[in-house]
Design a protein around this ligand. Structure first.
Ligand code: Z5A
Ligand code: MG
Length: 234
């Protein structure tokens, strides 16, 4: 059976060092001559990404539903190219993915209502069937430590109370990813020195660099099938 490249995602709380680690890992993979490619969400360079960028900088206002769907569309724009690259044997490394999409949207609150404006299940729906990562490395960091790092507080969601709620939702996502059996979800300490985090990431990624014969899975497809089946029996 032909080998394909693995799909690795780096997720985590704000300022946990995702982009720093993604850059260091891609450099190492390239130094070791492992075919690899780095992508990032939001991809602010596309027409959809430009709308997201303006919203994040608070230069424009968008309905919560609309911005959530734009973030998802920004992933669907490149979903087929991710699959193509994996099939060609390239390791695809992704800095934030659909998990950030759910965590940030489902953690929103409105001052005039106790109900969150976007339900968790609603937030997950547009990303169902995207290519599922083989491995998600979640960089954990205490919000008070993240706040001490450069750049915190410049954009819309970079507030300590938002990050606390986001953290709770990420925990739920991690449990669901693990129990669905579609890829691994591994929590790493992003509060350590940069070199130590690099080492712990490399220990997990190195064994994957030989490629895999496993089929590319789809995000939450099993959940969708189960939901459809249970609907049939109601
Ligand atoms: N968002 C969403 O709502 N829906 C979605 O579907 C998606 C995203 C995909 C922008 O994302 C926002 O979009 C984000 C989620 C939301 N909102 N928030 N909040 P982004 O990916 O563009 O965000 P960013 O601007 O790149 O920030 P970040 O990703 O949170 O940061 P990071 O990548 O985790 O950290 P970093 O840039 O690598 O490092 C931050 C600083 O810490 C920097 O000065 C480093 O030099 C320093 N650093 C890094 N590692 C260390 C260690 N180990 N020790 C000490 N200092 C360190
Ligand atoms: Mg980043």
């Amino acid at each position: 059976m032909a080998h394909r490249g693995p799909f690795v995602v780096i997720e985590g709380l704000d300022r946990s060092g995702k982009s720093t680690q993604a850059e260091a890992l891609i450099k190492r993979l390239q130094d070791e001559k492992i075919p690899s490619k780095l992508i990032k969400f939001p991809d602010r360079s596309t027409p959809i990404g430009k709308l997201i960028d303006s919203y994040l900088r608070s230069e424009s206002e968008l309905d919560d539903h609309v911005v959530h769907l734009l973030f998802s569309a920004n992933r669907w724009e490149v979903a087929s190219s991710i699959v193509k690259d994996l099939q060609a044997g390239t390791l695809v490394l992704c800095d934030r993915y659909a998990f950030s999409g759910i965590a940030f949207s489902a953690s929103k609150l409105k001052p005039d209502s106790p109900e969150p404006p976007l339900a968790y299940e609603w937030c997950r729906a547009p990303d169902v069937s995207l290519p599922a990562p083989d491995l998600t490395l979640f960089l954990d960091i205490l919000p008070e430590k993240a706040k001490e790092r450069g750049g915190f507080g410049e954009e819309r969601y970079e507030k300590e109370e938002v990050q606390e709620r986001v953290r709770v939702i990420f925990d739920r996502i991690g449990e669901e990813v693990e129990s669905a059996g579609a890829g691994r979800w591994l929590v790493l300490d992003g509060g350590l020195d940069q070199e130590e985090v690099e080492k712990s990431i490399w220990a997990e990624v190195k064994p994957l660099t030989k490629g895999t014969t496993a089929p590319i899975q789809k995000l939450w497809d099993k959940t969708r099938e189960a939901a459809m089946l249970s609907a049939l029996y109601i």
